[in-house]
Design a protein around this ligand. Structure first.
Ligand SMILES: Cc1ncc(COP(=O)(O)O)c(C=O)c1O
Length: 440
């Protein structure tokens, strides 16, 4: 079959609207500011190319999945090798054992490992396990933390005068079934967390969180907060789940749990794990993980779980990330980049807060204070953010953007980004900042 090659974004958008719901293959591919997808057809290292041949310096990196860079030789080779074996899925191989063993060496909480394809799947299984081992049903999550698009998590908070924040469906049109089982508290608020634990004593199966809230840009935990959550969940017999789908491998080989030295009971990993190939992992304490069938009664499986192409890509990715100094260099480079970016905004008198940790960061327009909670993250200047993101795109810098109303996007770089790429990005940011000031 001949492949289609429509090279005008407008014509492709119209054609897509005839066959794809909403004109997109997945809702978030609708770019909130372009009003259509950014159609990308090629990636090489830190550069992506759109259907018209325009190149962008990529500071989205497949929403954080392509940590080594696009078309990275290590993962290209691994996937090619895997293809040669035929695409037998739904079968275990020695590579699954090898990858699982590697994860137990790298991730502090990993005593046992399971694979799936997406982050959404593993967060669902983590909750299922927690409910089984505790015999409880309630879940405590933090406002705005993203754990995939399963119905259990499709809630965010509405302000409530008394008690917990109220769970409301964040996906319009979804009936609010399951809201009664959800307790929502603001991130970084130990007091609110403590009160919720007391109010729901004996009812909470799991506390789940993004240890660094990258899905709202980049909100790190306040000093001592993760430790506090760890101590209190242990005291209350609650399963603590770190959702490291985005934070995994981002600032430390062992993820945020290694970086902060706080070990949860279960963790979820995906994205950077296989450098863009669809693979996720649920890892955790042996006594909990062994409750999965066949040793226990809890269900987890899937035709594509631990797909061989992805497993070989992950082995190659982790071998690469395991090299000495990778994270020392990454942290040094990132800190300099974030400092330089902040200096540009400050020099132009633009009130922007740059918050970054490791290879991902968020930009909060029209703010001067640090962002500590999701409510803070929502309270940024959406219009200024829109003009900045579009100005960058126009000049060939691709920053992540979510929606017109929500938190700003979570931008990030890969290990293929060189000093020249960072310098080019800063030059573009300098120009766009000057334009924003001129327009205001
Ligand atoms: C922290 C977190 N958890 C879960 C998910 C869901 O992962 P997936 O999109 O692979 O289903 C995401 C995706 O962005 C995520 O960032």
């Amino acid at each position: 079959m001949e492949r289609r090659s429509i090279d005008s974004p407008e014509r492709l958008t119209s054609a897509a609207q005839e066959v794809l719901a909403g004109g997109v293959s997945a809702s978030m591919r609708h770019h909130p500011y372009l009003g259509r997808p950014l159609f990308l057809v090629h990636g090489e290292g830190a550069i992506v190319t759109d259907i018209q041949g325009k190149q962008y310096l990529d500071f989205n990196m497949s929403n954080g999945a392509t940590m080594l860079g696009h078309r990275h030789p290590a993962t290209q080779r691994a996937v090619r090798d895997a293809l040669e074996n035929g695409m037998i899925t739904a079968a275990d191989t020695p590579y699954h054992e090898q990858l699982a063993r590697m994860l137990t060496e790298i991730i502090p909480s990993a005593e046992r490992v399971r694979f799936a394809s997406t982050g959404t799947e593993v967060t669902v299984v983590a909750v299922r396990l927690a409910r089984h081992v505790t015999g409880r049903t309630k879940l405590l999550k933090f406002d705005g933390h993203f754990h995939g698009l399963s119905d259990v998590f499709l809630f965010r908070a509405a302000d409530s005068q008394a008690g917990d924040l109220q769970a409301v469906p964040s996906s319009g049109g979804v009936p609010a079934s399951g809201a009664d089982d959800l307790i929502l508290v603001p991130f970084n608020d130990a007091d609110a967390f403590d009160k919720a634990l007391v109010r729901h004593r004996g009812e909470i199966a799991a506390v789940i969180l993004e240890p660094v809230h990258y899905n709202a840009g980049c909100i790190p935990p306040e000093p001592g907060f993760l430790e506090h959550v760890r101590t209190r969940t242990r005291e209350e017999g609650i399963v603590l789940i770190f959702d490291e789908v985005l934070s995994g491998f981002r600032m430390d080989l062992g993820g945020a749990q290694a970086y902060y030295g706080v070990t949860p009971d279960l963790s979820t990993l995906a994205k950077a794990l296989a450098n863009g190939m669809p693979l996720s992992a649920l890892v955790g304490r042996a006594d909990i993980m062994e409750q999965l069938a066949p040793t226990g009664p809890v269900a987890h499986s899937g035709t594509y779980s631990g797909h061989p192409l992805s497993v070989l890509a992950a082995l190659a990715t982790l071998e690469y990330l395991r090299q000495p100094d990778v994270y020392d260099v990454l942290l040094e480079v990132s800190e300099t980049f974030y400092r330089d970016m902040q200096a540009i905004f400050d020099r132009h008198g633009l009130p922007v807060v740059v918050q970054g940790l490791g290879a991902r960061f968020g930009l909060y327009f029209n703010r001067r204070e640090r962002v500590r909670t999701y409510a803070d993250a929502l309270n940024h200047d959406h219009e200024l953010n829109r003009r900045f993101v579009l100005g960058c795109l126009d000049r060939g810098l691709y920053m992540h953007a979510y929606t017109r109303q929500g938190a700003p996007g979570h931008c990030g770089f890969s290990l293929s980004h060189t000093q020249e790429h960072f310098a080019e990005a800063l030059t573009i940011i300098e120009h766009v900042s000057a334009e924003l000031v001129k327009q205001s």
